[in-house]
Design a protein around this ligand. Structure first.
Ligand SMILES: NC(=O)c1ccc[n+]([C@@H]2O[C@H](COP(=O)([O-])OP(=O)(O)OC[C@H]3O[C@@H](n4cnc5c(N)ncnc54)[C@H](OP(=O)(O)O)[C@@H]3O)[C@@H](O)[C@H]2O)c1
Length: 245
C-alpha cells in the first residue's frame, strides 16, 4: 500500500486529508510540530477508521533543520501534501511556514518521490495578489512553485490544489458560499489519488472556486507567469539552500 505524508495534519483541512487518505488503506504520515496534538488527531481518526495506518513525523515547517531531519526519517513515499500553513502578522515566519518549508521539504524528499506526487496548497487569494497581502503572496509562491516543479521535474507529478473557503464549523446561510474543512480536504485528496490528473494541473472547488466537489481549474493570470515562477524558484533556492531536482 502507498505511503502519503500530509503536513499540518493535526488539525483543520490537513486532519481531514489524513482521515480521507487513511480510509483508502494507505499509510498516512502525519507531519506535525506537536506530538500531543497529533496523538489526539490519530485517536480521532482511529475512532472512525479503526485499522488506520498512521505515523507521526515531527516537523516544524518554519525550521529548516527540523524539515531536513523529518525528510531523512522517511524511507519510502508516494505523495506529499504540502498543507500546513498560517495566516499571521509575522511576514517572515508566515513565508517560511507556508512556502519555504515546503519548498525545502520537497527538495529533500525528491529522491524518494520519483514516480510519485507533490501536492502543493494555494489559495484563491493567491491567484491575484494585491500589494501588501503577504498571506496571498506566500500562497501564490507555493502555487508558482508547484507549476514550476511540473515544468522542471518530470520524475514527479506536481498538482496544485486550493480548498476554496473552508471553516471548522459551518451553518446556513454561510454554507451557501463556503464549506466545512471535511469538504475543504477534497481537492487535496483528489490531487493525491486521481490517476487522470497531469503534472501542472490545479484542482479546486467547483462552485465559484469556494465550495463543492473538486474539479480541474484553468491556470491563468499571475499563476501562468513563467518568468515570475522562475524568479520564485531561484529565490527559494537561495533562501533555503535546497534545489528540488
Ligand atoms: N481554510 C481556508 O479557507 C483556506 C483557504 C485557502 C487556503 N487554505 C490553506 O489550507 C491549508 C490548511 O488550512 P486550515 O484552514 O486547515 O488551517 P488550520 O486549521 O489553521 O491548520 C493549519 C495546520 O498547519 C499546521 N502548522 C502551522 N504552522 C506549522 C509549522 N510551523 N510546522 C508544521 N505545521 C504547522 C498547524 O499545526 P499547529 O496546530 O501546530 O499550529 C495545523 O495543523 C493552509 O495551507 C491554508 O493556507 C485554507
Amino acid at each position: 500500500m502507498p505511503t502519503y505524508l500530509v503536513t499540518g495534519s493535526n488539525a483543520g483541512i490537513g486532519y481531514h486529508v489524513a482521515l480521507q487518505l487513511a480510509r483508502t488503506g494507505a499509510t498516512v504520515v502525519m507531519g506535525s510540530r506537536s506530538a500531543e496534538k497529533v496523538d489526539a488527531a490519530m485517536a480521532s481518526i482511529r475512532s472512525v477508521v479503526p485499522d488506520a495506518r498512521l505515523r507521526h513525523l515531527q516537523l516544524d515547517l518554519a525550521d529548516l533543520d527540523s524539515v531536513k531531519a523529518a525528510a531523512h526519517e522517511l524511507d519510502s513515499l508516494d505523495a506529499v501534501v504540502c498543507n500546513g500553513g498560517v495566516m499571521i502578522d509575522d511576514t517572515e515566519l508566515m513565508y517560511a511556514t507556508n512556502h519555504l518549508g515546503h519548498f525545502a521539504l520537497v527538495g529533500w524528499l525528491m529522491p524518494l518521490l520519483a514516480g510519485g506526487r507533490v501536492v502543493t496548497t494555494g489559495s484563491l487569494r493567491g491567484k491575484k495578489v494585491k500589494d501588501g497581502d503577504d498571506y496571498a503572496r506566500s500562497k501564490q509562491d507555493q502555487m508558482l512553485f508547484g507549476f514550476e516543479l511540473a515544468r522542471r521535474q518530470s520524475a514527479v507529478t506536481s498538482i496544485v490544489n486550493h480548498p476554496g473557503g473552508a471553516l471548522d464549523t459551518i451553518r446556513f446561510p454561510v454554507s451557501l458560499l463556503l464549506q466545512d474543512k471535511e469538504a475543504g480536504a477534497w481537492p487535496a485528496v483528489q490531487a493525491v489519488l486521481d490517476p487522470s490528473l497531469r503534472s501542472g494541473q490545479m484542482v479546486g472547488p467547483r462552485v465559484f472556486g469556494l465550495r463543492g466537489e473538486p474539479r480541474v481549474e484553468p491556470v491563468r493570470g499571475q499563476l501562468a507567469d513563467v518568468t515570475l515562477a522562475a524568479q520564485v524558484w531561484d529565490r527559494s533556492v537561495e533562501l533555503t539552500g535546497v534545489e528540488p531536482a
